[in-house]
Write a protein that binds this ligand. Structure first.
Ligand SMILES: C[S@@+](CC[C@H](N)C(=O)[O-])C[C@H]1O[C@@H](n2cnc3c(N)ncnc32)[C@H](O)[C@@H]1O
Ligand code: SF4
Length: 485
């Protein structure tokens, strides 16, 4: 995550996952307020009006647990019986949405988190085909898949098979989590490969690239430097930096994501150890011992990597994302533009213009969710709904996937906050700054001109956007500007 200079716990909590989707940023800050009855009865008309949808599928399975990962992924084998049981529930969830959104056109389909290759490519194809029978994929703009490059042969086989199967999809995007070229960092974070393994993997991968592919590669700045005898500090060994330069200048890299290590500071390490023991009973790994730098060193590494990426002519289109022209992630833009998306499977989040979730609404009306039902009475106007599926596998399998506490309705002011928050993360100008005046702090104009003097944003009293330097301290700026955070 990008530099946080503030220390407030609430702010830290809200900004904790800034590299993730806005849902996580806001999950604790919105009131739960729910539903007016006339809206429930008007829903068929509103569903009819829905623009294109996006789907994302949260894969909660990985080969093993990485030390810095805060997602509740389950270490598993592709033969694991649990996956089949879980696949049935996923199909049930797809049916559930298809009941009201049958044949709706999909804009993007995204397999996110975990390691999709772990559940075996045949199952991923099965899911895609199942979705094809329920939704319209004719105009699908992007099918995107996140992959941990380990186990290498499994991942290469995954890419080969999917490429062969879907040569006609307009964009088949793979995002590979490389994370670092430092073997010690990889080992300490329990990534199961080394720099040598990555080099071999990339050599094989490049041969698989086909016309409709977009290859993205993720890196994390851990703030770890090599220090020579005369105290000269450098990032990685020279041959690795050279490799990165050549790699970035090669034709097969379309985009790069650069993150700053998040979640291990201020006691986070102990919390992660506890979480890992709970998720992986009998875990023999004794404690997390990730070497990482302080905030300054993490930022220093981020800036070194960023300079290398920009030297290779990648443009920064969001705080953590860089791409060649026309290769930015379409799915990311769905989030940033606040277009509707449905998240399927464990702990997946959805953003839905009301009311696309009739069963949820019926449950509320039938008083099955008491906390939401009482809020229903004191309702004020709201426009959209964000919610997350349960994080509990047992509950999910038993079809109790809607967690009452994780249903958040957004009124006009919430939506304005989100819009400002999300638009400021991109390079697009915010041309209608007055529109956001009601959610900004009263002295926002004074703050904006101060930031302008500090070269952190470009602002001409009508429109604004962050400068490159401003993006590096986005969290501090947004915290200062918005009333509610
Ligand atoms: C959806 S995640 C995981 C993708 C894939 N499972 C993997 O591990 O390669 C996408 C990216 O978020 C970044 N990420 C995950 N946890 C992070 C953390 N604690 N701090 C910073 N970046 C993180 C990593 O670069 C990761 O590749
Ligand atoms: S492979 Fe990715 S999702 Fe799985 S534990 Fe590691 S970082 Fe988390």
């Amino acid at each position: 995550m990008i530099n946080i200079s503030k220390t407030s716990t609430l702010k830290d909590e809200l900004l904790r996952n800034a590299y993730l989707h806005s849902f996580f940023l806001y999950r604790n800050c919105f009131r739960v307020e729910i539903l007016s009855i006339n809206r429930i009865y008007s829903f068929p008309y509103l569903i009819f009006d829905l623009p294109m949808l996006s789907l994302y599928i949260h894969i909660p399975f990985c080969a093993s647990k990485c030390a810095y990962c805060s997602f509740n992924s389950i270490p598993t084998n592709s033969s694991d019986i649990l996956i089949d049981e879980y696949m049935q529930s996923l199909k049930k969830e797809i049916d559930y949405y298809a009941a009201t959104l049958k044949d709706k056109a999909l804009k993007t389909l995204y397999f996110w988190w975990g390691t999709p290759s772990r559940i075996w490519v045949g199952r991923i194809i099965d899911i895609i085909e199942y979705i094809t029978t329920k939704f319209d994929l004719e105009e699908l703009a992007e099918l995107s898949i996140e992959l941990n490059p380990y186990p290498e042969t499994e991942v290469l086989d995954f890419v080969r098979t999917l490429n062969k199967r879907y040569p006609k999809i307009s964009r088949l995007r793979y995002s590979f989590g490389i994370q670092s070229f430092d073997d010690e960092v990889l080992k300490l974070t329990w990534r199961a490969y080394s720099f040598g393994g990555i080099v071999e993997f990339l050599r094989s991968l490049v041969k698989l690239k086909q016309d409709n592919n977009v290859f993205n590669f993720d890196f994390i700045a851990f703030g770890k430097f090599l220090v020579s005898k005369n105290w000269h500090k450098q990032l990685w060994h020279e041959h690795k930096r050279d490799f990165l330069k050549n790699f970035l200048n090669s034709w097969y890299v379309d985009s790069i994501s650069l993150y700053t290590l998040e979640g291990l500071k201020e006691g986070g390490q102990e919390i992660r150890e506890q979480e890992i023991r709970e998720q992986e009973p009998g875990n023999s790994k004794q404690g997390i011992n990730i070497y990482h730098g302080d905030d300054e060193e993490i930022m220093e590494e981020f800036l070194i990597l960023k300079a290398m990426v920009e030297d290779a002519w990648f443009g920064r289109y969001e705080i953590s994302n860089f791409a060649r022209a026309g290769k930015a992630s379409i799915h990311n833009m769905v989030y940033r533009n606040m277009e509707p998306y449905i998240g399927l499977w464990l702990s997946a989040a959805s953003f839905l213009p009301y009311p696309t979730d009739p069963i949820l609404l019926k449950n509320i009306r039938d008083n099955l969710f008491p906390s939401l039902a009482s809020a229903w009475q004191s309702l004020s106007a709201w426009k959209a709904l964000r919610r997350t599926n349960t994080w509990n596998m047992k509950q999910y399998l038993e079809w109790h996937r809607i967690d009452e506490k994780e249903v958040h309705t957004l009124d006009d002011s919430d939506l304005l906050i989100e819009e400002f928050f999300l638009r400021l993360r991109t390079r697009a100008w915010i041309a209608d700054i007055l529109k956001f005046a009601s959610v900004l702090v009263p002295h926002y104009q004074w703050l904006l001109s101060n930031y302008q003097w500090a070269w952190l944003l470009s602002f001409d009293w009508v429109q604004l956007r962050l400068t490159d330097e401003g993006m590096n301290v986005y969290n501090s700026i947004i915290t200062d500007l918005l009333q509610k955070i």
